[in-house]
Design a protein around this ligand. Structure first.
Ligand code: AMP
Ligand code: MG
Length: 329
C-alpha cells in the first residue's frame, strides 16, 4: 500500500471521508498528537486500527467529535460539574470518561461500560469531524510502544505502507496526549495527566483527584499499564539537582565511543556548554510541545539520551514527567 501525505484541506478531507466511510483508517492531526482514526460505530474499522497499530485489544480508544456534536448521543452525563468542564475546556486537550450509551462499538471501548470522549481544537481536525459528523475513534498514530507522533512525517515514519492517507495539519501545538479525566463519580479523577492540569480543574469545579495506578488495575485506565513512548536508543533520566551526574554520564558515554545527547530546558543547558543538546525550550508549554519531537530527533542521532527532569511535578510538568519517566525506563 502506498501512503500519501496530503495537506489538510477540503479536497483531502473529501478523500479522507471516502476512506473512513468504507471502513478504512487514516492519520489525522489534532492539537495534542496525531491520531490513527476510524469510524467509531464500525467494528471492522476499529479492529483495523488495533491491527495497524499493534495495540492490545484491551486498551480502549478515545472518540473524537466536532464542537457542535451533541455528546449526549454517545454518553450519559450524571454530574452537573461535567457541564462546566465542557463549557470551559472543550474543544481542547481534555478527554472525559463517561458512561457509554453503546453507540460507539464495543471493540473501541474494549468491552467496558465507559467511553472516553474528546473535542480536538485543531481547525483542520474540526473540519474533518464536521464533514463526517460521526465519532472518529483514534489512538496516537504510532506503532504500539513507540513515541507519539507530532508531525505528519513522524506518522509516515511509523505507518508507511500500513495506511493510505495521512492528513498533514502541521506540527501539533500541544505535543503531549490529552488529559484523561474520569467524570463518572462526584469528584473528577485524572487517569492520565496532560495540558489541562489538576490545578485548572480544581479551580473550576472545586476538587480533583489523581488516580494512583497499580500494576494490575485493569478497570481504571488500561493504557497506563503499558510501557509507552519509548525511544529506540538508550535513555536515562536525572533530577534537576544532579547536573554533575549528568555530566559524568555524558563523559562516560563519550569515552566508550558513544554519541550521547543531553535533553533539557534552555535554562539548564547553560551548564553543558560544548555538549550535544536536545533543547526543550523554556516554558512548560514549550517543553510539552517539543518533548516527542526531540525524543524522535534524539533517537535518530544519539546512542544515548540523557534527560534532565523538570524542577517540580505540578501543573503541566506532571504530564511531562510521566512521559519522560516512561521514555527513560
Ligand atoms: P491513546 O489513544 O494512545 O492516547 O490512549 C488513550 C488513553 O485513554 C489510554 O491510556 C486509554 O487507556 C485511556 N482510555 C481510553 N478509553 C478509556 C475508558 N473508557 N476508560 C478509561 N481510560 C480510557
Ligand atoms: Mg499512544
Amino acid at each position: 500500500m502506498i501512503t500519501r501525505i496530503e495537506k489538510i484541506d477540503d479536497q483531502s478531507i473529501a478523500r479522507a471521508k471516502q476512506i473512513l466511510l468504507s471502513g478504512g483508517v487514516i492519520g489525522m492531526p489534532t492539537e495534542t498528537v496525531y491520531g490513527l482514526a476510524g469510524v467509531g460505530t464500525d467494528s471492522n474499522a476499529v479492529k483495523e486500527i488495533y491491527r495497524v497499530k499493534g495495540r492490545p485489544s484491551d486498551n480502549p480508544l478515545i472518540a473524537h467529535v466536532h464542537k457542535d456534536y451533541d455528546i449526549k448521543k454517545l454518553v450519559e452525563i450524571e454530574h452537573q460539574y461535567v457541564y462546566k468542564l465542557i463549557e470551559k475546556f472543550m474543544p481542547g486537550p481534555l478527554t472525559l470518561v463517561l458512561k457509554s450509551k453503546g453507540v460507539v462499538c464495543k471493540e473501541a471501548i474494549a468491552g467496558g461500560s465507559t467511553l472516553a470522549i474528546r473535542m480536538p481544537s485543531h481547525s483542520g481536525c474540526q473540519a474533518l469531524l464536521k464533514a463526517i459528523d460521526m465519532p472518529l475513534v483514534a489512538p496516537s498514530a504510532n506503532l504500539s510502544k513507540h513515541t507519539s507522533p507530532v508531525t505528519a512525517e513522524h506518522v509516515y515514519n511509523d505507518l508507511n505502507g500500513r495506511i493510505e492517507l495521512i492528513l498533514d495539519g502541521g506540527k501539533c501545538s500541544g505535543g503531549i496526549e490529552s488529559t484523561v479525566l474520569d467524570v463518572t463519580e462526584s469528584t473528577p479523577r485524572i487517569l492520565r495527566a496532560g495540558l489541562i492540569t489538576k490545578e485548572m480543574i480544581e479551580d473550576l469545579v472545586g476538587g480533583c483527584e489523581i488516580a494512583k495506578h497499580k500494576k494490575d488495575d485493569k478497570v481504571l485506565s488500561p493504557g497506563v499499564k503499558y510501557t509507552h513512548y519509548r525511544p529506540k536508543c538508550d535513555a536515562m533520566l536525572f533530577n534537576d539537582g544532579e547536573l554533575d551526574k549528568v555530566k559524568l554520564a555524558y563523559n562516560q558515554a563519550v569515552s566508550q565511543g558513544k554519541k550521547p545527547y543531553i535533553m533539557c530546558t534552555d535554562n539548564v543547558a547553560k551548564n553543558f556548554e560544548g555538549c550535544n543538546l536536545l533543547l526543550l525550550g523554556s516554558t512548560e508549554e514549550e517543553v510539552a510541545s517539543n518533548l516527542y519531537d526531540k525524543l524522535l530527533e534524539g533517537e535518530k542521532k544519539a546512542d544515548l539520551i540523557i534527560a534532565v527532569a523538570m524542577p517540580d511535578q505540578t501543573g503541566i510538568n506532571l504530564g511531562i514527567m510521566n512521559r519522560l519517566k516512561k521514555a527513560c525506563g
